[in-house]
Write a protein that binds this ligand. Structure first.
Ligand code: HEM
Length: 219
């Protein structure tokens, strides 16, 4: 009896690489980001920051600025609610600590060397390499920063202190644009890698391999 109890305990510990809440939140976030980016480009086109830089009509969401703004505000709730759930889940379950830490300099350098030699084989998809960890942390922080700078522009009177902290309305706008550029840059690399290593993409759909608790403990 005691033996079978410990076996069931071990079985319960064999979680999948991406438990279902992570998969749902990841794909909801992807949809929310597409809405936020596409509609953000539509709003930007109405009053450009950089003369000569306008986003082609075919890739913006919304036929005119007011419509893009409606999309942006609708997507905002999806992004904030889903993003908050992901952050709470990541901290509460220890997933962030487990998956994104520690970051070892030697590992980062090795990944950079391998990538420069076009060696991107991802033999063990249960472990994120150093560069992956950094990119995920950067994009999570960029997402949070987008919400903060967006909030300051949405309610500049109520959040006037935040607007001043960000250096004024125009500066908040520039920071919001910079955050978008970081997220789009991440997405280009992220989607390319997911396509080049399809086992990772499949794992984000099905949950991926079950984790070995003994290896998890030693990581
Ligand atoms: C169509 C778009 C996307 C595809 C195809 C995609 C694909 C993937 C895949 C395959 C993984 C697992 C990587 C691995 O196991 O090595 C992953 C993880 C991740 N993706 Fe995406 N992704 C997309 C959109 C996004 C967006 C928009 C963001 C954020 C802006 C994002 C942020 C992340 C993060 C933070 C992780 C790590 C999640 C965790 O382990 O908790 N992804 N994505």
């Amino acid at each position: 009896m005691i033996g079978s109890g410990s076996i069931s305990g071990r079985v319960a510990l064999r979680r999948r690489l991406h438990p279902w809440p992570v998969r749902i939140m990841h794909w909801v976030n992807a949809a929310a980001m597409v809405i936020m980016i596409g509609s953000g480009w539509g709003i930007y086109n109405d009053s450009v920051i950089f003369h000569g830089l306008e986003f082609p009509k075919g890739i913006v969401l919304g036929s005119w600025a007011a419509q893009s703004l409606l999309w942006h505000f609708a997507g905002m709730w999806l992004l904030v609610v889903n993003g908050a759930a992901y952050l709470i889940y990541g901290f509460a379950t220890g997933r962030f600590r487990e998956r994104l830490l520690p970051i070892r300099v030697a590992d980062v350098l090795q990944t950079v060397r391998d990538t420069l030699r076009l060696k991107i084989a991802h033999n063990d998809i249960t472990i994120y390499n150093g560069v992956q960890k950094i990119l995920y942390i950067v994009v999570i922080l960029a997402g949070v920063a987008q919400v903060v700078t967006g909030l300051s522009m949405w309610k500049p009177v109520q959040f006037s202190g935040l607007v001043s902290l960000l250096g004024g309305f125009q500066s908040a706008r520039l920071l919001h644009f910079t955050g978008m550029s970081i997220i789009v840059g991440f997405l280009v690399v992220h989607v390319l890698l997911a396509v080049l290593v399809p086992s990772t993409l499949w794992a984000m759909v099905t949950g991926g391999p079950k984790l070995d608790p003994s290896r998890e403990a030693g990581r």
